[in-house]
Design a protein around this ligand. Structure first.
Ligand code: SF4
Ligand code: SF4
Ligand code: SF4
Length: 326
């Protein structure tokens, strides 16, 4: 075999490997065909925590108590006992609601049910899965091995590991649709949306919620609007309120590939603790890198295949030459 043929075969093999790499690197996942979600409008939230209590009732979790005060839940953050929490932003004198300076605002934290979920991507045993129809991100404790990798794959710090449980399980909101709850598959809505007295937490299809969020952003500040409550597709009631000056962005429309739980706010989202995220999901990038690594791992095999073919062809030519002479 000539040295020039060897280099040609190697380059051809490398090209084939690179071509296969670009095919395997994937874009963000699209929303599920019948994606459901929630819209949390911070400007409607009054901090009553009815959503926190209802979430605990639906999920059979105990309240976080302070002393002998058991009337209210004192959870300050997500935990294995708290899947949904209301947090408060405060600045200066905290004199006015939904003001960045000298103001305050409420923020609801729970699983965002990402369109392209990092937790699902990194889970080595598929304990976390995205429902192909609704996009709800569910957790199966029966297959979880307690490795906690999902905690590093989530940009919102949502999965909570129960260190006090010898079986070591993860806890996170499953949009009230896990085994034994199944509110959504039975045509209902999430507990938090049902309990919310102002429509700050609204349930519905992702498509209808996104349209509602954009409608609100387009409203004129100061005008009165009838805010739907419960399920945006069939609101049982409306909450009349003056429209604030919204941020011009629906959080979750595009961030890290989008989320099924979206947020609206009058103050910048980073003040509410949202992380700095681009539009590309971490899952699409990391899975692209993995496919690149695997493609390069295949390169020697492809190169060897090319060399074998050339050697075989040259051998056949040489044999034919010998036959012709005889
Ligand atoms: S917010 Fe975190 S836990 Fe929830 S789906 Fe997204 S990555 Fe998973
Ligand atoms: S959807 Fe259900 S589990 Fe999730 S925060 Fe709301 S009430 Fe809690
Ligand atoms: S129930 Fe509604 S208004 Fe009350 S804290 Fe929860 S989101 Fe806010």
């Amino acid at each position: 075999m000539k040295r020039r043929n060897f280099f040609q075969a190697s380059l051809g093999a490398a090209g084939a490997a690179l071509a296969s790499t670009s095919v395997q690197a994937r874009p963000n996942l699209e929303p599920a065909p019948q994606a459901v979600g929630m819209l949390f409008d911070s400007t409607l939230c009054v901090g009553c925590k009815a959503c926190v209590s209802k979430c605990k009732e639906v999920n059979g979790m105990p309240p976080v108590v302070m002393g002998d005060q058991v009337q209210s839940d004192f959870a300050l953050d997500l935990s294995p006992q708290t899947l949904n929490v209301i947090k408060v932003y405060k600045d200066g004198a905290a004199a006015q609601k939904d003001r960045e300076q000298n103001g305050f605002a409420f923020e609801k934290r729970s699983c965002m049910h990402c369109v392209d979920p990092g937790c699902v991507s990194v889970c080595p045993v598929s304990s976390l899965t995205r429902d192909p129809l609704t996009g709800i991100v569910n957790y199966n404790p029966d297959v979880c091995i307690g490795c906690r990798t999902c905690m590093t794959g989530c940009p919102y710090n949502v999965p909570q590991y129960d260190y006090n449980n010898p079986l070591g399980q993860i806890h996170k909101c499953q949009m009230c649709n896990q085994k034994g709850v199944e509110r959504i598959s039975k045509g209902g809505m999430t507990g938090c949306a049902e309990a919310c007295p102002t429509g700050a937490t609204l349930f519905g299809s992702r498509e209808a919620l996104l349209a509602e969020a954009k409608r609100r952003i387009a409203l004129k500040p100061g005008q009165v609007y009838q805010y739907p409550m419960g399920d945006v597709r069939k609101p049982a009631r409306f909450h009349e309120k003056v429209v604030p000056q919204y941020q011009g962005q629906v959080w979750g429309e595009k961030e890290a590939g989008g989320t099924n739980v979206m947020h609206l706010s009058a103050i910048p989202y980073d003040k509410l603790g949202m992380p700095p995220l681009g539009e590309r999901s971490a899952a699409s990038i990391s899975e692209g890198v993995q496919s690149t690594v695997y493609a390069y791992m295949g390169l020697p095999a492809i190169a060897l295949g090319g060399l074998s073919w050339i050697v075989r062809r040259n051998t056949e030519i040489a044999n034919h030459g010998e036959e012709d002479k005889s």
